[in-house]
Design a protein. Structure first.
Length: 122
């Protein structure tokens, strides 16, 4: 329980840092605050993390198989991550590393309908 809470908090922190970095560099944000679009994105991301059904077992949102973001939000988040992800290593190597490690965790989805085996029935 504690471990999951820590992971969720860390994921939130990582995403906050990424959005902040992106906004500051791309939108000329004043730093420390986000422009309207980015703060909306940020709120949405935080909410997604809270509500994600996979949060307790998931890797990072970047490779979450559920894709709980709305399509338009997801595109934006991906842009932010693509922009800030590599830059994290210079300024925030620790959260970047932890984020990578989280991403390596395997997710096991609840079992769905299994694919029938290829053996032809005759
Ligand atoms: Zn912005």
């Amino acid at each position: 329980m504690g471990e999951n809470t820590r992971r969720i908090r860390r994921e939130k922190k990582t995403i906050s840092v990424m959005i902040e970095m992106y906004c500051r560099n791309r939108h000329d944000g004043p730093g420390g605050t986000l422009c309207d679009g980015c703060s909306e994105l940020h709120d949405d991301a935080m909410q997604r993390i809270d509500e994600c059904p996979l949060c307790l077992a998931k890797p990072t949102c970047a490779n979450c198989p559920i894709h709980c973001y709305r399509p338009e939000v997801r595109g934006h988040v991906r842009t932010v991550m693509r922009y800030s992800g590599p830059r994290m290593w210079g300024r925030h190597p620790v959260p970047a590393l932890l984020h990578e490690l989280d991403g390596l965790r395997k997710v096991t989805l609840p079992a769905g309908p299994t694919r029938p085996s290829g053996r032809p029935r005759s």
